[in-house]
Ligand binder design. Structure first.
Ligand code: NIG
Ligand code: FE
Length: 412
């Protein structure tokens, strides 16, 4: 196994800190030794052991900042078509509604495995180029046994963090038969998808699934060995947060409209609140007050929610910039939320930190400090990415969205 030393790091964010001090565990004039895909040593460059000085590859960071690779704990990367027309209409005043999901279901069902796979791999390159080294991917645009199985199988080709979201919305062919659709999701669809998945999710919201239906979905998933996570309080307040906390979900995602009771319940729970600023940006909904949530003791993660409807960004730096500018987070809190916070939302302790034994997933920024991620919005500051200790090319190459595909219609 070859070893690499990254040295002369001006600011190293380890995320190994103390809650009453610097929870980002910041080191200056630091170095990191990578051995066999894992972190072998972290400390001040001047204290580097002999093994570090003798590394096969020595990278001089030139005084710039190094952070853990981003952990994006919420995405929907397997889908066909796009919904540019819907976005354009929204920017002209139309409201976002969950029903738009059905147009992507039609485009996804029409796409071949190879088309979906090529698109997905393009997204994975796109994410890596922006510093994301761990990503969770949900199904939810198939909504039939065969199509959902196709989506979780494709997702499992590129990440272990696969979420079965058959309960994304009730498909058109089950209109007015939502409970029958839940029977399908909790029966044959779950049987087909559970072997390829780690997580079970449900969109618990008016227009999608009620709290009773959501409970059925989550409990059936848990009975099959999956761990729960929940989409809730995106379009209005509801009981999804209460359900997520009661069932010990790893995360409740969105939380655009939280009540005081929701915040209290989250603050004393192990459930992470995953905020998705790209959604509020793209739907013109109000940004949640992350300052209030953090001050109340809620653990917050930041993720992109990459999907063709509510948030078609794959850029964690963009989400960090919004979280700082419009949601009251400090740059340090936002970077923590997009790394260690994402790892907590996925119940992982081997990513989101730069610590001995953790995966060697790191990002070298073209900046002296992580603050630049929010301070220089829209600027591609990711200079180099290591995934499992391997330096990956980060040439920006967005996924190809072909001109011949369905771009969505305004009809619901
Ligand atoms: O996380 N909230 C539900 N699902 C996605 C939106 C999907 C879509 O509009 O296509 C979300 O925002
Ligand atoms: Fe989502």
């Amino acid at each position: 196994m070859s070893t690499s030393l990254i040295t002369n790091i001006g600011e190293l964010t380890t995320n190994v800190g103390s809650p009453d001090g610097d929870c980002l565990g910041t080191l200056h004039d630091a170095a990191v030794l990578i051995d066999g895909g894992r972190i072998a040593w972290v400390g001040f460059a001047a204290d580097a052991p002999d093994a570090a000085r003798e590394a096969d590859d020595i990278i001089d960071a030139g005084g710039r900042a190094v952070i853990p690779g981003f952990v994006d704990s919420h995405s929907h990367l397997v889908f066909g078509g796009d919904r540019a027309a819907e976005f354009e209409a929204r920017m002209a005043g139309q409201k976002y509604a969950a029903g738009g999901i059905r147009s992507t279901v039609a485009a996804t069902r029409a796409a071949s495995d190879d088309e979906l796979r090529e698109r997905l791999r393009g997204f994975m390159r796109e994410l890596l180029a922006q510093g994301t080294t761990t990503v969770e991917i949900k199904s939810g645009y198939g909504l039939s046994v065969t199509d959902e199985e196709r989506l979780v199988t494709l997702a499992a080709e590129v990440t272990p963090e696969v979420t079965f979201l058959g309960a994304h919305v009730v498909p058109a062919e089950y209109a007015d038969r939502a409970d029958e659709y839940v029977d399908l999701v909790t029966g044959p669809m779950l049987d087909a998808c559970a072997p390829h998945s780690r997580w079970i999710d449900v969109f618990c919201e008016t227009g999608a699934f009620s709290v009773e239906q959501s409970r059925r979905v989550l409990e059936a998933g848990v009975a099959k060995g999956l761990m729960p996570r929940v989409h809730a309080s995106q379009l209005g307040p509801g009981d999804g947060v209460r359900l997520a906390v009661e069932l010990g979900a790893a995360s409740i995602d969105h939380g655009t409209y939280l009540t005081d009771d929701d915040i209290e319940a989250l603050a004393v729970s192990d459930t992470v609140l995953t905020l998705l600023p790209g959604v509020e940006f793209s739907t013109r909904q109000p940004y949640p007050d992350a300052r209030r949530l953090i001050d109340a003791g809620v653990t917050v993660a930041l993720a992109c929610d990459t999907n063709p409807g509510s948030s078609f960004t794959s850029s964690i730096p963009f989400c960090i910039a919004i979280a700082v500018r419009d949601m009251g987070m400090t740059p340090a809190e936002a970077v923590w939320a997009a790394t260690a916070g994402g790892a907590r939302a996925l119940r992982r302790d081997d990513v989101g930190v730069i610590a001995v034994g953790a995966r060697a997933d790191l990002v070298l920024l073209s900046a002296p400090t992580r603050i630049h991620l929010a301070y220089r919005p829209g600027v591609p500051l990711v200079d180099q990415v290591w995934k499992d200790g391997v330096a990956v090319a980060v040439l920006a190459a967005p996924a190809t969205i072909s001109g011949t595909e369905n771009h969505g219609s305004l009809a619901r």
